[in-house]
Structure formats: C-alpha cells, structure tokens
Design a protein around this ligand. Structure first.
Ligand SMILES: [Fe+2]
Ligand SMILES: [Fe+2]
Length: 377
C-alpha cells in the first residue's frame, strides 16, 4: 500500500504545487494520495484564509490529476498545531503499515532534520523532494527520492503579494480553477482594489499600483517582508480622494494626532492625506502592523525614526514608474543601489519642488532633511 502525502498551507495553490504533485504521481504511482491543508503551520503565523477555502482551492487544482485522492481535513479536526510526524502516525494507524511518501520542496529538505520528531518521520516515511530552480543540491542523510527535473521557483507568499499589488491573479502562476475561487471570494486584497478604484481617480489608482510594485522590488533587496511592503504601497494614498477641507474635517472627527496640524490645515492640507490613509488602512482594511501604518503616515514628510519599510515607501512614492519627471528615474535607479542615498536625494527633490512652487515648507520636511544630512556626514 503506497500512500503519497502532500501537505501545505495552499494559500493559494500555485502551479509549482501542481507540477510537483503531477510528477510525484508519475514516479511513485501511489494507491492513494492524501492532500492535507495545514490548519496552522508550525512555521507560519495562522493563515488568515479560511481552511474551507484553502481546501476548496486544493480540490479544484488537484482533483483532476488522478484517482483515489483524499482531501483530508485531519489538521482541521485536530485543531491547533500539527507536526508532520503526527500526520505519519495517523496514516500508519489508518492503513496498517503503508509505504508513506511525503512530498516536500527542496527548500524544506534542507531543514527537515530540525522538524519535530524528525527520526520518526525518517523511519516510517520516504521524503519525496522536487528541486526548485536556484536551490543548491542537498545531500540528505535520510531516505529520500528526488523527482526528475526542476520545478518553478514559486511561492504562495509571492502570489499573494502579486495579487495585493496589482489587483490581478497571475495566470502564469495560478491554475485557472484556483483563480476563479480567488476572484469569487475576493481573496488576497482584491477587495482593496475595488475600494481604491471607487474612491480614487484612475491615475491615482494606477500610481498606487506602481508604488506597490516598486515596494515589492525594493523589499527583496532590503530584506523586508514583501507582504508588508506591498500592503504599505497599495494603501499609501487611500485618503487621496478627499479634498483639503475634507481631510482636515476627517482628522478632527477621528482625533488623529498630527504635528503642526493647524499650520498644515492652513497652508497645505493635502499633506494630511498620509495620516488619513494610515487611518483607513487601520480601520477600513484592518491593517494592524505598526511598521506598515507608520510607513503610510510618514510617506510624504518622513520622520526621524524611519524604518527600512518607511524609507522604501518614501522613495517608491516619489520614483514609481508612473512618475514622468526626470528625477523619478534617477531616484529609482539609485534606490536599487543604495536606499539611504536615494532617500536623501528624494527628500532634497521634495524640498526643492515645494520651494519652486512657492509653497509652505512643513517643519517636518526640514527636520527630516537636517536629520538625513547629519546621518550622511
Ligand atoms: Fe501620497
Ligand atoms: Fe503617492
């Protein structure tokens, strides 16, 4: 009795999963295949996508691959954290003494020995690994099989970030049946895009998408979680649809604390949009991450305590691909080489632009400039 087991968050299922499972079925020729969505992976924060939908996506993607599939809600029934050795134990109890094949990606293979009760897994199961492009060959000292060929370097995290940044499901990465479920259930930020399209002018919406895309690129370089970077990018101008008067009234109504509030209201109320956007991110879209909220608040004037994410958003906002002025290209080029230099240049351009326009300079912008010059000295 051969039992193939494929577990994962499946949040969402992507074509990398599909390719690996298809190949494993050809090579192992199992009698039965258990697809086991994680209830709560021991290595990740609890998935915000309901188990039922992740199971639905797994079923839609995998069911047509062969006979005798069990879409197994074992982890949901157990509740809490489930480790792979417990899954192996359960299958041994269920089938007597089956040959168990545990399908994993090569990236998992490298730290499999650190998994809880790993010797039990190695004793009772054969690990089946798919090589992903870019991962070094691993010499494992336990029973394992490498599937022939290489598999696409894809991750569910990347797919979610793509959807949140662009408002579209990437066809080259997500099976069509899964894509339909994502769209039908408004997953991964699609509702954010609908809201932004309804509340912002088309060019402002496009700008938000371009900023989110640049934030994603910079997050890779400066090692910030891509999900956070994209969230900050897509929501940073959510409050931009309000007039100056409306922004001021909004801030008063919701008691948002803003330095130099009276002066800003009098001379440049549009600056309030960053604080309103952060408020909307928190209260309209449920963003709780302080780093994301601070980055949104600080994206126009900066602060003396900017995190890497804050700096990324500040720079991305002024240099996103929809910006047509010459400096945007210069800052964008600088940003991928040296974030601090790009920030200094961006702050400089913002100040000069304000002075050239004969507008009021907010003291926060001047404080940022002096701070950056001191840091660079
Ligand atoms: Fe803005
Ligand atoms: Fe912006």
């Amino acid at each position: 009795m051969k039992v193939l087991v494929f577990g994962g968050s499946f949040d969402p299922v992507h074509k990398g999963h599909l390719a690996m499972l298809r190949k494993a079925l050809q090579i192992i020729k199992p009698d039965v295949t258990h697809i086991v969505p994680a209830y709560h992976s021991p290595f990740k924060a609890k998935s915000p996508t309901p188990f039922k939908l992740r199971m639905q996506m797994a079923r839609a993607a995998f069911a047509s691959l062969g006979r005798r599939f069990v879409f197994d809600d074992y982890e949901l029934k157990r509740g809490g954290k489930t480790y792979s050795y417990q899954l192996v134990q359960y299958l041994r109890q269920h089938y007597g003494k089956p040959e168990i094949y545990l399908l994993v990606g090569t990236d998992c293979l490298n730290d499999l020995h650190t998994w809880k009760n790993a010797p039990y897994i190695f004793q009772h199961a054969t690990v089946v690994a798919g090589r992903r492009k870019g991962f070094a060959e691993h010499q494992a000292d336990f029973r394992h099989i490498f599937l022939p060929g290489e598999f696409p370097k894809m991750s569910s995290t990347r797919v979610r970030a793509h959807i949140l940044a662009s408002g579209t499901v990437p066809k080259d990465k997500v099976p069509e049946a899964v894509s339909k479920i994502i769209v039908k259930n408004d997953l991964y930020g699609l509702q954010v895009h609908r809201w932004l399209k309804a509340h912002l002018k088309p060019n402002r919406y496009l700008h938000s998408v371009k900023v989110a895309e640049l934030c994603a690129i910079l997050s890779d370089i400066y090692e910030v979680p891509v999900g956070k970077a994209v969230q900050a990018g897509i929501l940073h101008d959510a409050g931009k649809g309000f007039s100056g008067e409306e922004l001021a009234a909004f801030c008063k109504e919701h008691k948002i604390k803003i330095p130099y509030f009276e002066d800003i209201c009098r001379f440049e109320p549009s600056l309030l949009h960053s604080y309103v956007s952060a408020w909307l991110a928190r209260h309209e879209f449920g963003v709780k991450d302080k780093d994301v909220l601070n980055a949104i608040s600080e994206h126009t004037l900066g602060s003396l305590k900017m995190s890497t994410l804050s700096k990324i958003l500040f720079v991305a906002d002024i240099s996103s691909k929809d910006r047509k002025y010459k400096d945007a290209f210069v800052i964008r080029t600088l940003a991928v080489q040296d974030l601090e230099k790009a920030l200094l240049y961006a702050a400089n351009r913002k100040l000069w632009f304000t002075i050239d326009s004969q507008k009021w300079l907010c003291p926060l912008g001047i404080e940022l400039w002096n701070h950056l010059v001191k840091c660079a000295a």
